[in-house]
Design a protein around this ligand. Structure first.
Ligand SMILES: *Cc1c(COP(=O)(O)O)cnc(C)c1O
Length: 427
């Protein structure tokens, strides 16, 4: 497979874009080689600038649950283009999208009553944390090692030495003061959470987590652990924030909250909510949102927030989501997971809904510490084998794969055959 134009573009890119990219994982650093530059996407395929076609399991890192350029979304965008690109003045589009989402939440997530739109997942989480702090009048936040919450200063944090100590910045350029109120705990560990509340009970504003952590492999949690977090946060007057930037609208319309039957106080969204356009949102109870500007003292704003083109794309996307879509995606994933695991290769596959992940080890990891770091070299080889055979997976073994609605049996078989060929050759 020739990728000359990609290589030329990459040489141009590194001259003007740091690392040649606008988001680090795209640069192939963990799998090696030259990033592929894409020209277009259609259904479940992407085509690169050299004309090579790939079955796409990256799906823009999550938004494209219905594949590339779904006609309903493209139409909605075209219609909006005739009216305006942005106004910075209220429009019906943002009311429509909010009404549509909250209307469908009414039965299963009755406490999610207000929603504010922003332009990215990072912004959504940063704002939800601010709102939780404003609402409780407390500063400390419990965050879990292995969950990603975007790149805002306070949340770029890793565990300090020992449990229940202040987190230390995970990135250069973040002053320690920015993360000193973040308590980083391991997932899957009730005692660590209890200890943190014993020590800091009335200072903790919120617990934040991805209920189905999918940014550091797929770390499926025990239902009891998640229910425990709901209970203990309530006991101590802290809020529970579900970061559903990946889970939202993916595991069910009501995301992980509906799927697991656990209602948090605040939920953040991104990715699918914009149907491929840059949209994020945070949502929760009326009494919490009364504190948000302009009604209350917690400030939050955005020039392009509620952008009408993005709102119309999001609305069209929302209307495509229903139980039969979720069931069919779940079936497809179960099919590849069962077929792969039946082979007893060195790797196994875990998954939930339309999310899957390869791991090496006895059991699917539940904490980031249980991930086999050495297996990442094998993933890198698998990635390149797939790439050379027309399959685009995420260029890092710590990233999950996403199925999309247009994938049919023949696509899943192509994927399985390609992956089987890799492991058969390896043995
Ligand atoms: C992607 C993601 C974010 C960040 O969203 P951006 O749109 O990339 O800023 C935050 N939290 C979770 C759980 C995510 O998956």
């Amino acid at each position: 497979m020739k990728r000359e134009k990609s290589e030329q573009l990459y040489r141009r890119a590194v001259e003007v874009l740091p690392g040649g990219v606008n988001s680090p994982v795209r640069a192939f650093r963990s799998v090696g080689g030259t990033p592929v530059f894409m020209e277009s996407g259609e259904g479940c395929h992407v085509t690169d600038v050299d004309g090579n076609r790939y079955l796409d399991f990256c799906n823009s890192w999550g938004p494209l649950i219905c594949g590339h350029r779904h006609p309903d979304i493209v139409d909605a965008i075209h219609k909006q283009l005739e009216k305006s690109l942005t106004l910075g003045i209220p429009t019906e589009s943002e009311v429509e999208l909010a009404e549509y989402i909250l209307g469908r939440f009414k039965k299963k997530l009755p406490s999610i009553q207000k929603i504010r739109f922003v332009s990215s997942g990072t912004e959504a989480v940063m704002s939800a944390v601010r709102l939780a702090r404003g609402f409780t009048g407390r500063n400390k936040i419990i965050k879990f090692d292995g969950c990603y919450h975007g790149h805002s200063d306070a949340l770029l944090v890793k565990a300090g030495s020992g449990l229940a100590t202040a987190g230390i910045p995970d990135s250069s350029g973040v002053p320690p003061a920015m993360t000193s109120d973040i308590i980083v705990l391991p997932l899957d560990d009730e005692n660590a959470v209890k200890e943190a509340f014993q020590k800091h009970g009335n200072e903790i504003a919120a617990i934040i987590l991805e209920p189905v952590p999918a940014n550091n492999g797929l770390l499926l949690q025990r239902q009891e652990f998640l229910e425990f977090l709901r209970t203990i946060s309530r006991q101590h007057g802290a809020l529970l924030i579900f970061d559903e930037v990946i889970n939202g609208f993916r595991l069910s319309f009501g995301g992980a909250a509906e799927f697991l039957g656990i209602e948090p106080d605040l939920i953040t969204y991104g990715k699918i909510i914009g149907g491929g356009m840059p949209v994020g949102a945070f949502a929760g109870r009326n009494d919490i949102f009364q504190l948000l500007a302009p009604d209350g003292p917690v400030y939050q704003a955005g020039t392009l927030s509620g952008n009408p083109v993005a709102m119309q794309a999001g609305l069209a996307q929302m209307k495509l989501l229903n139980d039969s879509l979720y069931e069919s995606l779940e079936k497809k994933r179960q099919k590849i997971q069962d077929a792969f695991n039946a082979k007893n290769y060195e790797f196994s596959m875990t998954g939930l809904g339309s999310i899957f992940w390869f791991y090496r080890g006895e059991n699917p990891p539940r904490t980031s510490g249980q991930i086999d770091r050495d297996s990442m070299k094998i993933y890198a080889a698998l990635f390149h084998h797939c790439l050379d055979n027309g399959i685009y997976m995420a260029p890092s073994g710590y990233e999950v794969g996403f199925l999309s609605a247009p994938m049919e049996d023949k696509h899943l078989d192509q994927f399985l055959d390609t992956v089987f060929a890799f492991f058969d050759k390896k043995n």
